[in-house]
Ligand binder design. Structure first.
Ligand code: SF4
Length: 223
C-alpha cells in the first residue's frame, strides 16, 4: 500500500491553481460597475458589507450622481441617506464626497491608475486600491481580503502573520499574470466551500489532496 504524503508547496500551488481554473474558468467582477469611478465607489462601500447588498444600493446612488463632478455637489447627508444599508454610512458618505472633490480638483475628474495616488484618497486603503488597479485597469495586484487570508493559511501558502505577509507570499508563489484571476477565484472558492466557520481543513478535495495526513483541525489567524 502506498504511503500517504502531503504535497510540497510547489505541488500545492500548481494543484490549487489547476483546481480553481477548472471550477472557475470565468471570473466576473462581483461588484456591479460601469467605469473606474463606479468601481472605486462600490469597493469603498463593500467594506464590512456584502457585495450583494452593495449591488442593491448602487443603482440608487448612480441616480443621484454617477460621476465625480456631480457627486462632489451632492450634500453628504443625501449620499448617506442612500448608502445607509451598507453600514458605516457617516464615514463612507464623507469619503465618497471628499474623494469625488479630490478627483475633480486633482485628477481632472478621472480615477488615477496609480497605487499611491489611489491610497491617498479618503476611505481607500491598500486593499481597495489593489482591487481598482486589478479590476478597472488590469494591472496585476493581489488584494488580500479576509477570505484570501483564511484560505492561504488553510492551504499552507502563508503563515498568516498578517495580510501584508499573505499578499507578499501569494505574489511570490503565483505567476504575476495569474494574480488578478486568482484573487477572484480564491474568493469564489472561499464563499462556496471554504467559509470561515464551515470547515476545519479536512473536508474537500483541495485539503484532502494537499494534506492527506492532516489529522487535526487547521487553525487560522484572523487578519
Ligand atoms: S478542506 Fe476545508 S479548509 Fe480545506 S479547502 Fe476545503 S473547505 Fe477549505
Amino acid at each position: 500500500m502506498s504511503e500517504l504524503k502531503n504535497l510540497s508547496k510547489a505541488e500545492r500551488v500548481s494543484y490549487i491553481q489547476q483546481t480553481l481554473d477548472e471550477l472557475y474558468p470565468e471570473t466576473p467582477v462581483p461588484l456591479d460597475h460601469f467605469d473606474a469611478y463606479s468601481l472605486l465607489v462600490a469597493v469603498l462601500l463593500s467594506a464590512q458589507c456584502t457585495d450583494e447588498r452593495v449591488n442593491q444600493i448602487t443603482p440608487a446612488l448612480w441616480q443621484v450622481a454617477d460621476n465625480p463632478y456631480d457627486m462632489a455637489k451632492v450634500p453628504v447627508e443625501e449620499i448617506q441617506a442612500v448608502i445607509r444599508p451598507c453600514g458605516l454610512s457617516p464615514q463612507k458618505s464623507k469619503a465618497i464626497s471628499v474623494l469625488s472633490q479630490r478627483l475633480v480638483n486633482e485628477y481632472g475628474g478621472q480615477v488615477p491608475a496609480d497605487m499611491a495616488a489611489l491610497e491617498s484618497l479618503p476611505g481607500v486603503g491598500h486593499k481597495t486600491a489593489s482591487v481598482v488597479m486589478a479590476q478597472a485597469f488590469g494591472v496585476p495586484a493581489f488584494p488580500v481580503d479576509t477570505h484570501i487570508h483564511r484560505l492561504a493559511q488553510r492551504w499552507g501558502l502563508t503563515n498568516g502573520k498578517n495580510v501584508v505577509q499573505t499578499e507578499r507570499d501569494l505574489k511570490r508563489l503565483f505567476a504575476e499574470n495569474h494574480w488578478n484571476k486568482l484573487h477572484l477565484q480564491i474568493i469564489f472558492y472561499g464563499r462556496e466551500y471554504c467559509t470561515a466557520r464551515g470547515c476545519d481543513g479536512r473536508v474537500c478535495p483541495i485539503c484532502r489532496t494537499c494534506y492527506p495526513t492532516r489529522k487535526h483541525a487547521k487553525k487560522v489567524h484572523k487578519p
